[in-house]
Design a protein. Structure first.
Length: 483
């Protein structure tokens, strides 16, 4: 569905996120006919470029980050024509008047958004300045990226700073996991199919596993990452968001506050977790040519975790007693993000010879090979008697989209940026949600800091530290393979 012509100002327009994600996302939306030709994208950053200089940078980003098959000269030209650039000193006075002049007069109904692709310390000052310069009008939106704070106190301070300039319903906090196609599909799966809801509780679900495994290390982000770690980088946001979507009650409507109210309730129901027993931290070692975390982070004595596994519990009527095992880490065996819902086994096997009745597992695969599978037990085909065998009901999206080869799996940012323009906050985190997540995370971090825990070393290319295996073994369960 096409959106109205809009004005999007991207602060930090020369940065990595803008080049890798925003420019390609906006190009795709224009190329696919969703963003109209009248849209304007105004880059703003400190670099002393003119519009042509920035267009060249954007053009290079398209070459680097858009698949050649999706790049055509006509779309490219239309896209680049929509781009303008104004040098602005976010923390100072330079450039703000020029930025105002580069934007069309208010009074039109064009949606206007300001994307702060900036370090969080600039969120408050930039939002205040956008407001005081009169750039936002009554309906202007502000978009911020993670990290949204370092702990509860700093998240509250950021919320307060944003609230000083913008109403909550004009603030869009991005968690790019919510824009992933399969994550949205999770809501369709749960709430558009009557099949699962009667089973979606502690009577029928044995446990849930949420895995976000990466094969890359901390790459060039070492020094930044070393002050953060996997808990703050991934669990506080992406993994807890996934947990919320699995555990939340059905909202009455698919509307921003209805959905977010339910997610906040889940976060508030998380049982406090401070015992060392249920939290495993790891740090990748080096091997051969593969650098260790400490080398990547340039921090020889670092205690920061590049891996974390934990056992959480949503302490409410629906979920009491169902463990939610979460794990995420870098430099693991493969890149795999998946949510697996394991159902309780059949209570009794009627089959001769102790035929083992397997556990049904609903696996929602976020990446790669997006899709949904349901592990079943069937009769082993053939005349050899009734032997049981595992089988998988497989809805791989690439298969489902066969016959429509022009359909490409859109990147999360394509969806999220268009939602900002449409004014739909459903897939964005509300301020109280961020704070509730930090409220649960902070004491866990405080407890390991107080104990002076060191993360356990794990081999690069492995599935994490042995203690993480024990976390499930202890409960008579196993992690799913990272593959
Ligand atoms: C980011 C984290 O939010 O998510 C990175 O800061 C991580 O450390 C990335 O690599 C993973 O995102 P994706 O979309 O590649 O799974």
């Amino acid at each position: 569905v096409p959106v109205d012509p809009f004005d999007l100002v991207v602060f930090g327009a020369t940065g990595d996120l803008a080049r890798r994600k925003l420019i390609p996302a906006l190009y795709h939306r224009m190329h696919d006919g969703q963003a109209p030709e009248g849209a304007r994208i105004v880059g703003a950053a400190r670099a002393d470029l003119d519009a042509d200089g920035y267009r060249r940078m954007a053009d290079a980003a398209l070459t680097e980050f858009v698949a050649p098959a999706d790049l055509d000269a006509a779309s490219r030209e239309i896209f680049l024509k929509a781009i303008d650039y104004v040098p602005v000193d976010i923390g100072g006075d330079d450039g703000w008047t020029a930025l105002g002049e580069a934007l069309p007069e208010h009074g039109s109904s064009r949606p206007r958004a300001f994307y702060l692709s900036l370090a969080p310390r600039f969120f408050g000052p930039a939002a205040a300045r956008v407001k005081s310069e009169g750039l936002a009008g009554a309906e202007g939106r502000i978009v911020v990226e993670k990290p949204f704070g370092h702990d509860l106190g700093s998240a509250r301070a950021l919320n307060a700073a944003l609230a000083g300039a913008f109403d909550e319903h004009h603030v869009y906090r991005i968690d790019h996991y919510l824009g992933k196609e399969t994550v949205q599909n999770l809501m369709a799966l749960r709430f558009a199919n009557a099949l699962f809801e009667p089973l979606w509780n502690n009577h029928h679900i044995d446990h849930v596993q949420i895995t976000v495994a990466e094969s890359v290390g901390v790459e060039g982000r070492g020094p930044y990452y070393d002050g953060v770690g996997a808990m703050r980088d991934m669990v506080q946001n992406h993994l807890l968001q996934l947990l919320c979507l699995i555990a939340m009650e059905p909202p009455a409507h698919f509307e921003p506050d209805a959905v977010r109210d339910e997610k906040v309730k889940v976060l508030r129901a998380l049982a406090p977790l401070s015992s060392a027993e249920n939290v495993v931290r790891g740090q990748y070692a080096g091997a051969g040519a593969s650098a260790s975390y400490a080398e990547d982070a340039q921090s020889p004595d670092s205690r920061t975790e590049s891996y974390i596994a934990l056992k959480a519990e949503v302490a409410n009527w629906r979920w009491s007693g169902v463990p939610f095992y979460l794990r995420t880490g870098k430099r693991l065996r493969g890149r795999m993000s998946e949510i697996a819902v394991a159902f309780k086994p059949a209570p009794h096997s009627i089959f001769p010879g102790g035929g083992k009745v397997g556990q049904n597992v609903l696996a929602i695969r976020l990446q790669p090979d997006e899709g949904i599978t349901l592990g079943m037990t069937i009769k082993d085909p053939g005349p050899g008697g009734l032997r049981l065998a595992p089988a998988v009901l497989d809805m791989t999206f690439a298969e489902a989209m066969r016959g429509a080869p022009s359909l490409r799996m859109p990147d999360a940012y394509e969806r999220l940026v268009m939602d900002v323009i449409r004014g739909d906050q459903t897939l964005f985190m509300r301020g109280d949600e961020c704070e509730a997540a930090w409220s649960w995370v902070d004491p866990i971090i405080a407890a390991w800091e107080e104990r002076g825990d060191r993360p356990a070393a794990y081999d690069p290319g492995s599935s994490g530290p042995d203690d993480a295996l024990m976390l499930l073994h202890r409960d008579g369960r196993r992690w799913r393979e990272i593959a």
